[in-house]
Write a protein that binds this ligand. Structure first.
Ligand code: ARG
Length: 264
């Protein structure tokens, strides 16, 4: 598996665009770098191939690679950020993708959609969140670039779960981690009907970024703040759990997965 990380040297908390970003808190930058290095090392030890994109000085959230876009084969659908504070990340991600041989797809102007963080493949479907950081209409375009043609739209209703990856993830094609409180009842029923094994994640675990995981199908990389119960549930489902301290990233609304973009 190949993934993209963005170096943490310019990571900081300088503005607030989600409820996690409390400006009375500050980032321990050395600790943030150590935590990022640990994430990188653990991934590489598990044979995940890591590429690194350089961050830009004036873009403190650029470290969250999951918001760069969504890679589909040799193409990348670039994100279109809601907030002005993040909008210029796009041109630097575009540069990285172009110089690394990807064909870049841009969404129509004024569409909001923040990449892999907003949409996840579930069987033959794209589970497509909208409401906080993604417009429903963006999927009309996105779908043109995917092999998958079925879109299940789900509205995100909790401001703490402003991206889908904070309350939902797939660990393998058959197993998912889901916080039911992140979804309308009918959407949660859809998930139950379309995923073979749903591991229910409590609201507390989701707020500790317990849904925000990266998995290679065997190893699950997850926030170290999760409960023993969630850890046991993941182990019982057949996976190896790697707990990583991402405290400095949680301060701005990010967990392990937010730092990672799938490249293959
Ligand atoms: N501070 C960032 C923002 O609000 C955090 C992004 C987290 N990324 C994610 N994939 N959930 O945009």
């Amino acid at each position: 598996m190949k993934i993209l990380l963005v170096d943490p040297k310019n990571y900081d908390l300088k503005y607030s665009i989600n409820p996690w970003m409390n400006l009375n808190q500050s980032i321990n930058k050395d600790l943030a770098k150590r935590q990022w290095n640990k994430v990188r090392n653990e991934l590489e030890t598990a044979n995940v191939k890591v590429s690194v994109c350089n961050s830009e000085e004036h873009l403190p959230d650029m470290v969250f690679a999951a918001n760069a876009g969504m890679v589909v084969g040799e193409k990348v659908i670039l994100s279109s950020f809601r907030d002005e504070e993040r909008q210029s990340e796009k041109k630097y991600f575009m540069k990285w993708f172009t110089s690394n041989g990807f064909e870049v797809v841009n969404l129509p102007k004024n569409m909001v959609w923040e990449g892999e963080a907003c949409s996840v493949i579930v069987g033959d479907w794209l589970l497509a969140s909208y409401g906080i950081r993604a417009d429903k209409e963006a999927y009309e375009d996105i779908i043109k670039h995917l092999k998958i043609k079925k879109v299940k739209l789900v509205e995100l209703i909790d401001p703490y779960f402003y991206h889908l990856d904070v309350c939902f993830s797939m660990i393998s094609p058959e197993v998912s981690l889901v916080c039911p409180l992140g979804f309308k009842n009918s959407d949660y029923d859809w998930i139950l009907g379309n995923v073979k094994h749903v591991i229910e994640v409590s609201y507390d675990d989701a707020l500790n970024f317990g849904c925000n995981i990266f998995s290679d199908g065997k190893n699950v990389f997850i926030s170290s703040r999760i409960s023993e119960k969630l850890e046991e549930d993941i182990i019982k489902a057949g996976f190896i759990v790697h707990k990583l301290d991402v405290s400095e990233y949680i301060k701005t609304g990010g967990g392990v997965k937010c730092l990672i973009l799938n490249l293959s």
